[in-house]
Design a protein around this ligand. Sequence first.
Ligand code: UTP
Length: 294
Amino acid sequence: MIKKAVIPAAGLGTRMLPLTKTQPKEMLPLANKPCIQYIVEELASVGVEQILIITGQKKRAIEDHFDKDNELNNMLHLSDQQELLQSLEYEDMNIQFFYTRQSRAAGLGDAINHARNFINGDPFIIALGDSIIHSEEVQPLLARMMCTHNDNPGSIVLGTRSVSLENVSKYGIVKPKGPVTDKMVEIEDVIEKPSSKTTPSTLAFAARYILPASIFDALDRTIPGKGGEIQLTDGIRLLLKEGTRGYSVSLTANEKRYDIGNMSSYFEAFVDFALNDEKYGYQLKQYLYNKFNI
Ligand code: UTP
């Protein structure tokens, strides 16, 4: 069982300005919770017990969110506000939080490299801090990725999803070893943001990774690319080249990746989460029916 996970959350979030001028992108709300809380709950649901969050400038709100706020809890107890107390129950999750700072946002690979001491040789999960996996499967994506890893110890396991050909240049893309006939395929290579003409497939990374600790040594040997950024994809590529086995596990039709890193996908995510909200979703649907005369 993998017990450790890393959430990189130190990016500048420039595509989400001005929302992210002073607040972390990872704290943007989706219905009644900030994005990163969904991610922590996803990790807790597969048995992760220790999470390292990579933070940076203007990211203090993340640490405050996961601290137990005794004063607030006491105040709500005294005024008997049970529903509000329930909304803070996530503070008691069986998760130990650790934080480290990436002083300059020098790329995802550089952010992950800050986790070396915390990981201490174990395989681990990476969950990008601005992406939620909504799953209606009995065994959600991360659980299936863990199974693939258990069957292939020491391997790289990447969560993936199919994207349209014109969108491959936005993502890390998998080159499968054979034809993609199944939701789980072996990986030959990975390529960061290929052009639609040269891409080996349309299977894109879906913000969840299981990696061996040898990734840190690979990242040390990775040459920085554009803007001096160290790409995680390049580190993974090196490991694959040197013989580490890699597997891609894809999202099913009952699963969706929500990316809150740009305005249009954030708006879509907010609407979906708000419409699904247990308490207010129905009211919102009624409002939309009336507004659009459906
Ligand atoms: P993005 O690739 O969306 O980059 O990061 P970004 O810097 O946050 O956003 P833009 O491009 O400026 O709009 C994906 C995840 O990786 C983290 C981010 O916080 C986000 O959760 N990240 C990215 C880091 O932790 N450090 C980095 O240097 C870059």
